[in-house]
Design a protein around this ligand. Structure first.
Ligand SMILES: [Zn+2]
Ligand SMILES: [Zn+2]
Length: 365
């Protein structure tokens, strides 16, 4: 058992509460990770607000990075002292894990959303506080994860506090382009939403040598940043003729569209701006539970609409790939990060909600 300090979600919209707690020792394929950094993602706020995941009190956080401090007896691929980035967990043995799509794991809920460890036991042994959110609960000084959701990071020459967004935000945006869309060289692509996910998609579209990379957002500063990081064209989302502008720029509609906003009018625009045969991936989750009225006239012409969770990645393969692209200067995601000490996590959340930072990262001493 290890003593930890965690920032706990206690009620919707309220600041997180710092609590001193006790975390269980690793069993089976579990690993104990000393947290070095964690990103803050929109989904953590959906958890805080009771919209998604286990009930409060619960420890949010699902972009954890740290050093392995102890391993369970069944851990095979990691050892004490390894640096790891944590992502969504999976069982490793269901049909979807066997099909190399662990983000679709059929045991997804058990491994990510019950508030308990995958073995059904409590991680926080001293109190009634939920944990293991997205296989981790990284808003704490230590994390009990499993070997299945940990990807090895370089042990030197790489700042671990930079790596936090790789596990979710960067994997979602870049993985959508690189793993789910696979655009041919010279393709045209539109990205709706210049948040962390949208800008990761832009950088990946540049890696895949798309010829036109069009960003649509309401925030002028973010449009500028998107252009700095690879967008070839920027459109203010307030404009009335977004779809017409995209058709004009692409000569009849974009080959690909990524929707990273999640509201229905934007989802419809993301479909309408593609050419016949175009490919749309819907990432924004704010319309969860609602119906989307997609005109059949559009679908007739071979358009393809897809969801993609966590970039349809295999964390142990894709996270190191993103690190390599970063080290080659092709995926400079550090430009999206603003760092805060753990004590200032509520300030970081407030800044994220106000839209004044793109990707807050909490650093632990
Ligand atoms: Zn996330
Ligand atoms: Zn599985």
């Amino acid at each position: 058992m290890v003593k930890i300090t965690a920032a706990v979600a206690v009620k919707p919209k309220a600041p997180l509460e710092f609590r001193d707690l006790e975390l269980a020792d690793p069993e089976g394929n579990e690993i104990l990770v000393r947290t070095v950094a964690t990103g803050i993602c929109h989904t953590d706020l959906l958890l805080r607000d009771g919209i998604f995941g286990p009930p409060a009190p619960v420890i949010p956080g699902h972009e954890g990075v740290g050093i392995v401090e102890a391993v369970g007896p069944d851990v095979q691929g990691l050892k004490i002292g390894d640096a790891v980035a944590l992502s969504q967990s999976s069982c490793g043995f269901c049909a979807d894990c066997r099909r190399s799509h662990p983000m679709n794991c059929q045991n997804y809920t058990q491994y990510n959303l019950t508030g308990l460890r995958p073995n059904g036991k409590k991680a926080i042994v001293c109190d009634d506080v939920g944990s293991n959110f997205v296989g981790q609960s990284s808003f704490a000084t230590h994390i009990l994860a499993t070997e299945n959701n940990a990807a090895l990071l370089p042990s030197e020459g790489f700042d671990l506090t930079d790596a936090a967004p790789l596990g979710c935000g960067m994997a979602t945006g870049a993985g959508t382009v690189i793993n789910a869309m696979k655009p041919e060289i010279g393709s045209t692509i539109v990205i709706f939403g210049a948040g962390a996910v949208g800008i990761a998609a832009i950088m990946a579209a540049k890696v895949r040598r798309c010829s036109k990379i069009i960003i649509v957002d309401l925030n002028l500063q973010r449009l500028e940043m998107a252009k700095e990081l690879g967008a070839t064209h920027a459109i203010n989302g307030k404009e009335a003729d977004i779809v017409e502008q995209i058709h004009a720029l692409t000569g009849g509609g974009a080959d690909f569209a990524v929707e990273a906003v999640g509201i229905i009018p934007v989802i419809l625009n993301s479909i309408k701006c593609t050419r016949p045969g175009g490919h749309v991936v819907l990432l924004g989750l704010d319309a969860l539970g609602k119906d989307i009225p997609i005109p059949l006239d559009l679908m007739v012409f071979n358009r393809k609409i897809q969801g993609a969770i966590l970039g349809d990645q295999i964390p142990q393969l894709f996270i190191p790939q993103m690190v390599q692209l970063n080290q080659a200067g092709l995926f400079p995601f550090q430009k999206l990060i603003t760092k805060y000490p753990f004590e200032k996590i509520n300030e970081a959340i407030a800044d994220a909600e106000a839209g004044s930072v793109i990707k807050p990262v909490i650093v632990f001493n």
